[in-house]
Ligand binder design. Sequence first.
Ligand code: IPM
Ligand code: MG
Length: 369
Amino acid sequence: MSDAPRIVVLPGDGIGPEIVDAARRLLDSLGEFEYDERLVGGCSIDAHGIALTEEVLEACRAADAVLLGAVGGPKWDTTDPEAPRPEQGLLGLRKGMGLYANLRPVRPSPALVGSSPLREERIAGTDLLVVRELTGGIYFGDSGREGDAAHDTCSYTAAEIERIARTAFEAARRRAGSSGRDPRVTSVDKANVLETSRLWREVVTGIAPEYGDVALDHLLVDNAAMQLVSRPADFDVIVTENLFGDILSDEAAMLTGSLGMLPSASLGADGAPGLFEPVHGSAPDIAGRGVANPLATFLSVAMMLRHGLERPGEAARIEAAVDAVLAQGLRTPDLAAGTLATPRMPDVPAEIEAGTAEMTDAVLAALGA
Ligand code: IPM
Ligand code: MG
């Protein structure tokens, strides 16, 4: 048997297959990997009637890491509570693999600072990490329809809160070790209204003394949404519950100028396989046209190498290669939108529109692969 890492690859729907193919080219340029390609999401509904089969979940549990493209599309959109939905595939993987910690780093690439919707002086220096609780809260509580009423329930246990808080404190420490800045955790809740948030705040505050070297503050979620756009560079690690993390991570992602740039890692217990995916989703409107931005998937591959396969050196090389192609001026249409028309400074290379293949070629060239 070869000792190549075994990666379950889940291309999914929409642009998923295109960006995952690009990611495989990237991985192949780094070394030997064994791939096991499976269905999840809408394509699995079409083939099996459900978004995630037990067999695929088992394969994921047995892998060294799981790489996912994206799931969903208008074909499967429905409000019928009985109909299968592609997102159930993703939620089933998170729950079934025990992936309670979702890490979404937001670090605008220097070349893209000008495409942020925020002014450059506001965005400069932004380098934050959203740590989102991923297997609890309203996403997984009791829900249902009773005639013309419906309900969703949010519940958390102290143990669920404690383990994600520890992930955040430890991430802050690790980041400080490599950046030299003072570690800080901002815990986000809605403690002025929600009981789960009051428990959240109590538990986070309770373990904070064990991380005396990490500063801790608390923000209410509405205030956090506002602070994120008014002073993004002041944040280090943000830890929050599932739904708030979903919303704040999209907001934080837009700071970079494109949701198309944000990678993510979903991690469970030590030693268990993680799941790595771009945050941007399946973009059905551009699927199959060869113009999807593969960079968030490449950055997700970097997270897979760092957090899942203990190959931090290659992770850093990929991140540097992504910055390099952006600095060369290459832009997929999602990145170019709005900026191609901007007058350029003489020392900034003119932007070059690239498709998925050109972008991938350029990253491989920058890697020296
Ligand atoms: C995300 C997505 C998912 C979520 C959807 C597709 C279920 O928005 O990963 O942020 O809400 O968690
Ligand atoms: Mg989301």
